[in-house]
Design a protein around this ligand. Sequence first.
Ligand code: PMT
Length: 415
Amino acid sequence: MKFPKNNQNDTAILAGKSILLGITGGIAAYKAAELCRLFVKAGATVRVVMTTAAKEFISPLTLQTLSKHQVYDDLFAATKRYTVEHVALTKAADLFVVAPATANTIGKIAAGIADNLLTTTILAARCPVLLAPAMNTYMYKHPAQQENLRKLKAWGYHLVEPVAGELACGETGAGKMAAVEEIFAAACRLLQENTAWQGLKVLITAGPTREAIDPIRFLSNHSSGKMGYALAEVALTWGAAVTLVSGPTHIEPPPGVEFVQVTTAQEMYKAVLQHFDSSHVVIKTAAVADYRPAVTHKEKLKKGETLTLELVPNPDILAELGKRKKQQILIGFAAETNNIERNAIAKLKQKNLDFIVANDVTQEGAGFNTDTNQVQIFYADGSRKRLGLMTKKELAAYLLQEIELLRKQRNFIVN
Ligand code: PMT
């Protein structure tokens, strides 16, 4: 991820913030002292967590003096203070920065290993985590390391990519930790993102609906909920208050959302309308069944020669929202197999949306039950964008940025 340079105002975001600074055992550990100083100077409270190896490179006393706080390094010190250290540390943190992050620590995080205070704390972290990898160029290029970094990015960890340069081992190549100023800028940017949506109420629908035929059978579709849950997770980390109205899925709702579980389209209609007036942004990712059986049989239907089901239309939730829309930004999705553009634009207009996200579900890696998606966005002003294949989390962040732009254009006021 590329982070733009900060100006003076941007760094003001650090005032009063709580930063956890993790330091692992690499030669770049000495640069963490400068990073710590910059955070403190900008008004942040910095708590430092060091691995045993990090202490071989830089003294905890240096970090203690710069941060003006005790340095944490002992997983088992918890019992002495009657707190669960790794949980207590993360609870208070707005941002966790690990600089340098060695190949070893990155590998452990990717494997879910928690064998020291730093890795344990990372696993327990609820705030964004920013990693600044630093290692020998061959270690960096090793497929295992590249796979780990790819995995961490997909999980939502943030990276300040290492740069090419002369390494401590004498080699020249990629793997050198990014400049301290670059890491500092990335931290400010993340904190800004993390507060950008504070005070905003976001209503997201996800998953399929189920329309019962009898006590055993139902009509439904292939939606897994992944796209909607990714949106909820990212909006939450940006500071929004998120209500997630979801049909039946197999995924856990992100901790912190107001979760409303529904089964049928009619239940979703009711839940969505209840939350609509107080919402600033509404994103309808759910794959709602357009029809339901006219009759839900109380007993299991018996097998016969043929069976004719009479279906009646479900309410079009999004179309109803489009009619009632006041200040809300209203986003729809369209899962299409053909005539993508024509169908998506028709829905955009018919449902009075600000934009619609169309996925061609015949494409590999797009649409239902995948971790990735590839979409085209059609906007109310007639413009459009075609995006490449990306993870649903990356797409979620992209779409929220688009909404952010719309809010700015409208000089949107949070009330
Ligand atoms: O859940 P995943 O496995 O991650 O898959 C994601 C997805 C493919 C479900 C998602 O990306 C997507 O495309 N969702 C919309 C699915 C769809 O079929 O939409 P639609 O073309 O039927 O409806 C258009 C819009 O109107 C949607 O925003 C839908 O939520 C809404 N709608 C539709 C019918 C209805 N009765 N009420 C509605 O509100």
